[in-house]
Design a protein around this ligand. Structure first.
Ligand SMILES: [Zn+2]
Ligand SMILES: [Zn+2]
Length: 253
């Protein structure tokens, strides 16, 4: 893809929805894989009472819709205005308590981990682990500015579409004793590096490639050289882990 075409795919436009101003991709198909659709609002006539505290709506107790779940609440139960980048809102928007909690967590992802994925120190991709054209030497990996691809940069370039990643496994060290590496599946089970001291030393991704049958596997491993410390490379893996968790959780939404 030429950079001119890529730039056009990244173009954004400002739109106004009942919930607020949004900065959305020009082309729907080129939206961020972390993006969420705006919910349908529960119609006013279907909610005579607050869906949280059961207060009856009247002239004084007004209705407010949570921008994230679309349900109807009184002001007290839907008062918080929280950033909602996943729906492309420019400003913080009104949300119910449960949604505000989730959005706060995600705001942290956007403020911290997403930055690491985009421009942080990068882990190394092992030779021969990425198809369909196998890598002949080690490459580094980075998230594209559109959030849509993992870019592998080595002797040749290779890209993986985030939405085509099926499984993410965290590679950890020292469990059980004697083993160098054990795998803990991320999707569908407790993440291995949940908690403060993540010990992930690598990551294995399985993804589909258009036109190719079955899954391709890619292994990433933390590394260090003169330009990058292992800690920074590990931070990238932890951020990617969080990204995968975010994508996994939003499958239920
Ligand atoms: Zn209420
Ligand atoms: Zn809500």
């Amino acid at each position: 893809m030429s950079s001119e075409v890529a730039a056009r795919h990244d173009a954004k436009k400002l739109v106004r929805s009942p919930s607020g101003l949004r900065m959305v991709p020009e082309h729907r198909a080129f939206g961020s894989p972390f993006g969420l659709e705006e919910p349908q609002w529960v119609p006013d006539k279907e909610c005579p009472r607050c869906m949280q505290c059961d207060a009856k709506f009247d002239f004084l107790t007004r209705k407010h819709h949570c921008r994230r779940c679309g349900k109807c609440f009184c002001d007290k139960c839907c008062r918080q205005k929280v950033p909602l980048r996943r729906m492309c809102f420019v400003d913080p928007v009104r949300q119910c308590a449960a949604c505000a909690l989730v959005s706060h967590r995600e705001a942290e992802f956007y403020d911290k981990q997403l930055k690491v994925l985009l421009d942080g120190e990068r882990p190394r991709v092992l030779p021969g682990t990425a198809g369909p054209r196998r890598l002949s030497e080690a490459a580094v990996v980075q998230l594209s500015s559109s959030d849509r691809y993992l870019l592998l940069d080595g002797d040749s370039r290779h890209e993986i579409e985030i939405s085509h990643i099926a499984t993410v496994q965290i590679l950890t060290e020292g469990f059980p004793p004697g083993d160098i590496h054990t795998y803990a599946s991320l999707l569908g089970s407790q993440p291995a590096s949940e908690g403060s001291n993540a010990r992930a030393t690598g990551m294995s991704l399985q993804y589909t490639t258009p036109g190719a049958e079955g899954m391709t596997q890619l292994k990433l491993t933390a590394w260090e050289d003169a330009n990058a410390s292992k800690r920074q490379s590990t931070a990238w893996l932890a951020a990617m882990h969080k990204a995968a968790k975010l994508l996994y959780e939003s499958r239920d939404q």
